[in-house]
Design a protein around this ligand. Structure first.
Ligand SMILES: [Zn+2]
Length: 370
């Protein structure tokens, strides 16, 4: 399993390099145990993988979902190169070790061991590895779009790092782009132009007092908003005709994305009434709903008993879970690794956690499918 994890880390599946190499590693590993998988590839390097362990039984299938991609190593200094997968002190270091190639290695190993043991299953196991979870959920969108070819599912388990906490709820994500438009001019005669940065300043002033409407959620708390990028202007002697900000909004269940967009548009209308030259637009960069699985449903109860943990919880980060929930399937997030190490320099996973992960996933498979 350690070898598998190291190969997956070394595959360096950032958005630029794509996921195909990792999909091929998983496919080769599963084929050693006679498990067939299908790689769907596009744009040369992007890839999803779906493996299907068929049974002759009549129980509903269990879906394990992962993402193959990782975020870039970043500018910070790593003690060892981020994609070397160095093992030391009972840990494996590298980008993706926790988020979430550790989870992938554990579930692939659990499936291989169950198949290798010859255990007769009463329902199918489906393993899905997605492209692009860290950027635009392109892989899971494709998978869910083709959901018609899936068997009935008892539930979906997302093997993201949760330190073996059972997560049933998380906030949603709405990434917005706001652009202001002006008219460029030579900056020795700025009055002949319309400065898009000045227009953006008016927007930013309004956003200082902007309150997104929401109802506090009992598990997930509040909706949050943060303006995280700004760009505008081309040269020091040109009045800028464009300025752009990007806003990260984390939503709670019950919120409607369109209401937020409408409220922003009302601000623009107000600014245009004050200044007819003001011009702005808002568009969606990315949208993932909130996840809220009923923690009293049978799937969650059985899941808790399979892993021997009786508490479910909610987290602040977002996963592809809501896309699977849109298929009408209960979703839990459960996996090895400390989520606080995700996206950090010197990310690592404890080898003991990987081993625990394999045992947990085997127990989950046996609970639902034997
Ligand atoms: Zn992740």
């Amino acid at each position: 399993m350690k070898k598998l994890l190291k190969k997956l880390i070394q595959a360096e599946t950032t958005a630029d390099k794509g996921e195909l190499a990792a999909a091929e590693i998983i496919s080769a590993e599963l084929s050693r145990f006679g498990v067939e998988s299908r790689i769907e590839s596009w744009d040369e390097t992007r890839a999803n993988i779906t493996a299907h362990v068929k049974s002759s039984g009549h129980k509903d299938a269990l879906l394990f979902a992962c993402h193959l991609d990782v975020v870039p190593a970043g500018d910070a200094n790593w003690s060892n190169p981020a994609f070397d997968a160095v093992e030391s002190n009972g840990r494996i270091y590298g980008r993706g070790s926790t988020d979430m190639k550790g989870g992938i290695a554990a579930i692939v190993t659990a499936i291989s061991r169950i198949v290798d043991s010859g255990t007769k299953l009463q329902g199918d196991i489906i393993l899905f590895g997605a492209a692009g979870e860290e950027t635009d959920s392109c892989g899971t969108r494709r998978f869910v779009h083709e959901g018609g070819s899936l068997p009935e599912l008892a539930g979906a388990v997302i093997a993201e790092p949760t330190d073996f906490e059972i997560i049933t709820a998380h906030r949603g994500m709405l990434w917005l782009k706001v652009e202001t438009f002006g008219r460029s001019a030579h900056s020795s005669t700025p009055h002949w132009g319309v400065n898009a940065i000045t227009s953006m300043r008016a927007v930013l002033n309004e956003l200082e007092n902007f309150k997104i409407r929401f109802e506090r959620h009992k598990l997930l708390g509040e909706c949050s908003m943060s303006i995280n990028t700004i760009a505008g202007g081309e040269a020091i002697n040109v009045v800028p005709d464009k300025c752009k900000i990007e806003i990260d909004i984390r939503t709670v269940p019950g919120q409607n994305e369109q209401d937020i967009i409408n409220d922003l548009q009302k601000i623009f209308t107000k600014l245009k009434q004050k200044n007819p030259q003001f011009d702005a637009a808002v568009s969606i960069i990315r949208e993932v709903g909130a996840l809220e699985t009923d923690s009293r449903c049978d799937f969650v109860k059985d899941f808790c008993s399979a892993v021997g943990i009786n508490k479910t919880t909610a987290v602040g980060f977002t996963t592809d879970g809501p896309f699977f929930a849109s298929l009408g399937v209960p979703v839990v997030i459960f996996g090895p690794g400390n989520p606080q190490l995700a996206h950090q320099p010197d990310e690592y996973i404890d080898i003991s956690d990987l081993k625990k992960g394999v045992e947990y996933y085997k127990n989950i498979i046996l609970k639902f499918l034997s």
